[in-house]
Design a protein around this ligand. Structure first.
Ligand code: NAP
Ligand code: MG
Length: 490
């Protein structure tokens, strides 16, 4: 039986007043795996009011950091106990491989644990401003946090927001991407089993144009945290101006991955494959623009193409699969359109470029790992985020040109340098205008490190202490230790 997904409002699982449902599809088979509620604008407004009332009541916002940490640990434990189910749900709904989904689920549990730990480290300050003035800097929750999440990491992106928002003491409303609600629903089932007071955490499913837009516009939402495309991010920022709510935006990328002549070739090829084909390239920080120095360009391309060709594409629940399905038919069509554009622009299609139809994959949305070589900076496939298993390999002459090409983009999310000359590698990575970078690696990060982009890749940072700060206000309290008149007007 297909699962009926309800909304979680004020601690209750409820249907939407709109009887229309959205069929949730497994992109590896096109089977309907669930039917999801679609919240209306009125329901969204009502839920925001509930979150606001709950916040103002102090049931959660007034709890001590230690008490909040204890609840976060409960949720972490429950996530840990349910890793197998979370993995399966993510594989079915998103199309990623089991290995990828499992790693996301483990990271999700760790994120709750991390923020629980952070609550036990005071980040307030106290100092003497003058002999008679004691100043305290205290952190307080902002209020109602609206959390809007994309479909590429449905579980992990939800948790990257829920954990710090709750840790800070806010009340929350989460909106997953309409097409991938399965793991978010599971997270709320687990939250429901924890000691979090009812009404603090709420889940609404439905479209961005209705639920997302209402959250972004609402005068009762105090911070909107959004992960998704740069286009929608810009829209959210505009919608947020009414009440000057704080915005935190994790947006798209077109990240450069720079390989110098003196790189360890095998390592560079290996990470550069991982950099784009992990998650079928549907990863914001993907190294989608590989830049290779002219001395090793041909050798690099030859080795790279051979390995890309060997990647086994298939359903995420098949142990043999190394790369999964594209999340939806719509997105699948958009990637194929970019491949068509690349050919039209005159790039050399060195590998892939097609839908995979053989071996029982015809029902799913599978695309071959695709490599374009001999590209130039003006091509659309080099400038625009394709968000699929499509990489371009561009040639550069020297350090200066590498930096110039790397930064010739409106995005600034991630970047990497491969070289055995550590001085050069550090010199170059410091010049790359991006928030998440690597030297001789790709994609490997940790919860402590702030995650986010320069330029049009976003505003603010997730994770680490910065991630908590996105959901906090900072207040100065100045205490006069010798109260007496100052006679200013005498
Ligand atoms: P998207 O189309 O921007 O959607 C993201 C979320 O915003 C979805 O929940 C969507 O709802 C909602 N939304 C759409 N229109 C809205 C509106 N007018 N107001 C409020 N919310 C609205 O992005 P996506 O296609 O799901 O995800 C891919 C993008 O996310 C890529 O650009 C990728 O780079 C970016 N991303 C960035 C990071 C990062 O950390 N920087 C991480 C992951 C992904 P519905 O789709 O349900 O209608
Ligand atoms: Mg979308």
């Amino acid at each position: 039986m297909t699962k009926e997904l309800k909304q979680y409002i004020n601690g209750q699982w409820v249907e939407s007043s709109d009887p229309k449902k959205l069929n949730i599809i497994n992109p590896a088979t096109q089977e309907v795996i669930a039917r999801a509620a679609k919240a209306t604008k009125e329901e969204t407004e009502e839920t925001i009011k509930i979150a606001k009332r709950t916040f103002e009541s102090g049931v959660w916002s007034d709890r001590s950091p230690q008490e909040r940490a204890a609840v976060l640990v409960q949720i972490a434990d429950k996530l840990q106990e349910n890793i197998d189910e979370l993995t399966e749900l993510e594989v079915q709904n998103n199309g990623k491989t089991r290995r990828e989904a499992r790693s996301d689920a483990e990271e999700a549990a760790n994120t709750f644990r991390y923020y629980a730990g952070l609550l036990n480290i005071p980040n307030d300050q106290a100092y003497e401003a003058s002999e008679d003035m004691q100043t305290l800097i205290v952190k307080e929750p902002i209020g109602v946090a609206g959390l809007i999440v994309p479909w590429n990491f449905p579980l992990l992106m939800s948790v990257w927001k829920i954990a710090p928002a709750l840790a800070a003491g806010n009340s929350i409303l989460l909106k997953p991407a309409e097409i991938t609600p399965m793991t978010a629903v599971k997270v709320f089932e687990l939250i429901d089993e924890s000691d979090l007071p009812k009404g603090v955490a709420n889940l609404l499913m439905g479209s961005g144009s209705v639920v997302g837009q209402t959250i972004a516009e609402s005068d009762d939402v105090d911070v909107v945290s959004f992960t998704g495309s740069t286009g929608v991010g810009r829209h959210i920022m505009q919608a947020a101006t009414g009440n000057m709510k704080k915005v935190s935006l994790e947006l798209g990328g077109k990240s450069p991955n720079i390989i110098f002549d003196d790189a360890d070739l095998e390592t560079a090829v290996d990470y550069s494959l991982f950099g784009i084909f992990m998650g079928s390239g549907q990863v914001c920080s993907s190294g989608s623009r590989i830049l290779v120095q002219e001395g090793i360009y041909d050798e690099f391309v030859e080795k790279y193409v051979e390995k890309a060709k060997g990647i086994r594409v298939g359903p995420g629940n098949d142990k043999q699969s190394q790369m999964g399905a594209i999340v939806s038919e719509k997105h699948f069509e958009s990637i194929l359109e970019y491949i068509r554009i690349g050919k039209e622009e005159g790039a050399n299609l060195a590998q892939g470029g097609n839908r995979i139809k053989k071996d029982g994959l015809e029902k799913g949305f599978f695309i071959e790992p695709t490599v374009f070589t001999h590209v130039t900076s003006d091509m659309r496939i080099v400038r625009e985020e394709i968000f699929g298993p499509v990489v371009t390999i561009q040639k550069f002459k020297n350090e200066e040109e590498a930096i110039k090409i790397a930064n010739d983009t409106v995005f600034g999310l991630a970047g990497a340098v491969f070289s055995t000359d550590q001085n050069k590698a550090l010199r170059v990575i410091k010049k790359v205008r991006a928030g998440i970078t690597w030297v001789n690696a790709y994609h490997l990060t940790n919860i402590q490190a702030p995650w986010g982009g320069y330029k049009q890749s976003g505003i603010g940072r997730s994770l680490g202490t910065y991630g908590l700060g996105e959901y906090q206000e900072t207040k100065q309290i100045n205490i006069n230790l010798s109260p007496k008149p100052i006679h200013w007007f005498e």
